[in-house]
Design a protein around this ligand. Structure first.
Ligand SMILES: Nc1ncnc2c1ncn2[C@@H]1O[C@H](COP(=O)(O)OP(=O)(O)O)[C@@H](O)[C@H]1O
Ligand SMILES: [Mg+2]
Length: 417
């Protein structure tokens, strides 16, 4: 057998003890992490846990495994939202297919779960929007997906919305840029796949009564066209070039994308504004929060957390009558506001949602309680009430592992061949 791993190899070393010579479907329960098969997939997918990290293993023929491995690595390096790839195992005995190893995307949920969640804070429309935005980002970077669907993406709760990640890149192709025909074909594939998935949900009674599966799927095209056009169109501005440019950049930023380069071609009073949209975005808030606090969270979560950080900083500065340097303000907010709330999450509720999402929900809950009370109840009271009345009620997809709480750690004995 042969293993091809991306560094750091230390992470991979622990995986070597697994029974790679056996068909994945026959691996004993005691080496597998407790993540039930809850998704429709063509290939056998199993999960293992090692030192607090969960990995997804997919059995797939070698050429496809090699291709997907290279593509996922490439996407990751370019900052596209995909699952992280660790390596492949090839040349398994008896002509068995290869195994592709990816990192389990922590706190990710499937679309089926998002539709069946009683919390209902993510609508079907939002889910489609986020999938469309993902497809547009791939297209801007010259990636033809070839199989855009809800089940080939994973969704991460992000402050009342969701962020989408590519999980299945088997059919993807990388080009310098895509032709309109290629993009159209990709959108058509998405419409077909998503319609089938939504009809499936409908048949299972999981789609809200007011959602029309086919209409929602067909709506992918206008959504895609609108976003693509907004991101790439040339704009003619008259007279006030500066405000024309600022307005354009602001609209793109409102859509959650960064502008990488602006080209302004003037002729007399008229100017044409061309923008090159940054594929690695939209993550301006993530980067800013990381710079100030060292926290790595999703984009909308970062937006919320930054608001709270700024509010706390203003309060500190007013109280002490002195301006604080960025780094000091950021680290005081983490130490005095954010971390105490995260540390207060009761042990039995750990792992249900990412800490930043819990913090965001507590901010919402604080607002809600304060409205009822007619005065600000403060974060501590809001957190206590939230843990008792909201988080405890949150259902997770059954068996989705929570790091450190429900993992089965394979031991050396488990993994010996
Ligand atoms: N790294 C991962 N993290 C979380 N889930 C994963 C991961 N890799 C695969 N899965 C799950 O396995 C399912 C099937 O994987 P996918 O790559 O789509 O293969 P296929 O569709 O060819 O069987 C996905 O829909 C996803 O739910
Ligand atoms: Mg798939």
């Amino acid at each position: 057998m042969r293993f091809v791993f991306r560094p750091p190899a230390t992470e991979a070393a622990g995986l070597l003890a697994l029974p790679w010579d056996r068909p994945l479907a026959t691996w004993p329960d005691d080496v597998l992490a407790d993540v039930p098969q809850r998704r429709i997939s063509r290939h056998v997918v199993r999960y293992v846990a090692l030192e607090g990290t969960i990995y997804a293993l997919k059995e797939i023929v070698e050429p496809l495994a090699r291709k997907e491995y290279a593509l996922l690595a490439d996407f990751g390096a370019d900052g596209l939202p995909t699952v992280g790839v660790l390596g492949i195992c090839v040349d398994r005995p008896g002509d068995q297919p290869a195994i592709l190893i990816t990192r389990y995307l922590d706190y990710s949920v499937s679309y089926r779960h998002l539709f069946s969640t009683p919390r209902g804070d993510v609508s079907a429309e939002q889910l489609i929007d986020t999938l469309v935005a993902l497809l547009v980002r791939l297209h801007l970077d010259g990636v033809f997906w070839g199989d855009c669907s809800l089940s080939n993406a994973l969704f991460l709760p992000d402050a009342g919305t969701v962020a989408a990640y590519v999980v299945d890149a088997q059919t993807a192709e990388r080009h310098a840029s895509l032709s309109p025909d290629q993009r159209l074909r990709d959108v058509d594939i998405a419409i077909g796949r998503v319609a089938a998935e939504l009809l499936d949900l409908e048949a299972a009674g999981l789609l809200p009564a007011d959602v029309d599966a086919v209409q929602l799927a067909v709506g992918i095209r206008p959504k895609y066209d609108a976003l693509w056009t907004e991101l790439t169109r040339e704009e003619v501005v008259l007279d006030d070039h500066a405000s024309g440019v600022t307005g354009r950049v602001q609209r793109l930023s409102d859509l959650g994308f960064d502008v990488q380069e602006i080209e302004l071609v003037t002729s007399g009073a008229q100017a044409v504004v061309r923008v090159r949209t940054q594929v690695a975005g939209p993550d301006a808030h993530r980067r800013e929060l990381f710079r100030l606090s060292g926290l790595e969270v999703q984009e909308n979560q970062a937006r919320r957390l930054l608001d709270d950080l700024r509010g706390y900083r203003a309060w500190l500065e007013q109280r002490d009558g002195a301006e604080l340097p960025d780094m000091v303000a950021g680290h005081r907010w983490v130490a005095e506001v954010y971390q105490p709330v995260v540390d207060a999450i009761p042990a039995h509720l750990l792992g249900r949602l990412a800490p930043a999402e819990v913090f965001h929900e507590i901010l919402e809950h604080r607002w809600f309680l304060s409205e009822i009370e007619g005065e600000d109840v403060g974060t501590t009271t809001a957190a206590r009430s939230y843990f008792d009345t909201v988080l405890g009620e949150t259902t997770r997809e059954p068996g989705v592992p929570s790091i450190g709480s429900r993992l089965k750690q394979p031991t050396a004995a488990d993994g010996c061949r």
